[in-house]
Write a protein that binds this ligand. Sequence first.
Ligand SMILES: [Zn+2]
Length: 458
Amino acid sequence: MQVQKPEWQYVDDHFEEFVSELREAVKRPSIAAQNIGMDECAQYFKGLMEKHGIEARIIPTAGYPVVYGEVKGKDPNKTVLFYDHYDVQPPDPLDEWESDPFAGEVRDGKMYGRGVSDNKGNACARIQAVGALLKLRGELPVNVKFLIEGEEEIGSTHLSDFIRDNKDLLKADYGVWESGYMSPDGRPGMYLGVKGILYVELEAQGPSRDMHSGSAATVPNPAWRLVWALSTIKNEKEEILIPGFYDAVLSPTEREMELIRASMESREGEGGGNAASAPRRQYGVHSPLADLSPLDLRIRSLFGPTANICGFRSGYLGEGQKTVLPAKALVKMDFRLVPEQDPDDIYQKLRKHLDKNGFDDVKTRIITVDYPVKTSADHPVVKAAEEAALAVYGKPASIAPTQGGSGPMHPFKEYLNLPMVAFGVGYWGSGNHGPNENIRLEDYRKGIKMAMEFIDRL
Ligand SMILES: [Zn+2]
């Protein structure tokens, strides 16, 4: 029989206890959007940290409080900061759950519950990893800090101010982002960045009230105004036509290309020819995207900015017909942005572009902005995570240089200049935000070991 490392043995010996600590976290709802159970859950995480030898406190913000934790390490000059959140999404639709979303029921080696993957499993695993190292050795190799916020699921409203106001407290050299997911071939998935976003509303005004459509011969229609304006923003080749839109876009580095190719290999293992035929099935034959290779699509999804129409509202959309000339037309758009695009700059360019094309009557309004962020794939924090993953999972990590979605990573870069790597205890079937959210307990066990190995390798 192979002799285990004492660190891993400790996790195995205490695993049941760790799982029940996670279940206790899941049992405290902490639904930020509905202000349910927030304080109780923050208190629970403070208590859990203290139980594991981490000095913890609750720091108020203008919104829900942050749970902060800290342990001094042997090397005072190296600090790792773990970012997590204790709030969760509402559990609806309730009747689609097979067990109480706040019970943390275990079935077939999986724990089910709202927030078990997003993000309580990760928060608990990291706290337990630190606790285990402290129990075994009495000290950590480096300083460890925890920032567990309570507003991630409602847009991290006060996170940026909190980081700006607590720069010294949060100062660190390495950062770990909240989550990561196992891929179907058993490789731990990691990512190193997020896209930015510019969310805007475009509005065209027609007559002061809805009119009989017989007047369309003489009265301009605001829906057409918007359609014409939109058609100047993107063409049928999927090219965004706002002058200067692509100016700041960085192309992938050689190392990033290596990572993408390596992650594609793992994808091909998922289902034979699927990878090649999926885009065609997914997009249909009418899109130029259907002709792109899987590699090009992957590059596009990670490094390509978008101009997406989220919703279009005007006139009558009910049953049957109503012959009307609408008074107003409204569109919501999101532009997903990539490094080094600046959402405010892109907004200015959009406005200028509309004006120049004669659409100065089309009103624009910013709803939200967030900046794209990416950690260099060559940074030592990535190496440490890669090596730790190989040791724990016995397979190389699948690393995405960034991801298609956005997230509140920017203040960590702006105020702390923190390089960040994302890994965690979720898997491809975790179903975050949906019914029956779950994690596999074996991933949880490995996730604790992964955090320990990572800390040791910094
Ligand atoms: Zn979430």
